[in-house]
Design a protein around this ligand. Sequence first.
Ligand code: ZN
Length: 247
Amino acid sequence: MTSASVITVPAFADAESQVRHFFGTRRHAMDLGLEVGVPRRGIAGTASSSWTLSVKQVHGTEALVVDRALAPTDRFLGGWDALVTDQPGIMVAVRTADCVPILMYDPKRRVVAAVHAGWRGAVAGIIPKTLALLESRFGSRPEQVRISIGPSAGVCCYEVDEPVLDRLCQGFSDWNKVVSPRGDGKAHLDLKALVKAQAQALGTAPKSITTVNLCTICHEDLFFSYRRERKVNDTMVSAIGLPMGRG
Ligand SMILES: [Zn+2]
């Protein structure tokens, strides 16, 4: 596996941050052996002693909080689109093709989150809900949370129709800032900008939010894309976790 098979961001990669993370590409996704709802030890790209957990995603807004150590027999059989943990040695992972993978990290409270957001989850408020959960459960003020928005369908390619636009208008007051109308009832939606605007509305500082400006539909060499391939062939895996052996 080459280092180019995953994408990392400087916001999480500095020596002080003490957090592991990656946004996967299609080269990385092969042979990870990740089973939905089943913790897996030592998958590629992580420490051999660490767990990686990914669960069934349902385009909702519920979060699974992992606040204890994992065991090989653990099974997480519900559906969640956000995974949160304060446990060192657990990488929380989401799988995406065109939806947005979002990684969150609070260096003060030592808690991380991985979020899967398509337009449904974003409009339903999975970003503000997850930030609110981080605050209520772990004392993470939104302004101290670092957020990275990963590769997803870009505004260049992500066409949506009226039913989606109607829901967006109802659920997000600044909808016109994230939509480029095309004039035929359709429009291009900037999902990454929507996620960023929602995080900022909750108080996360613009400088604490990084965006990987790559479109999964444009970059066939790097990413799987449901829209481009017209089916789910495979998904990219993106994850974040606190390393073991600190404090
Ligand atoms: Zn594109």
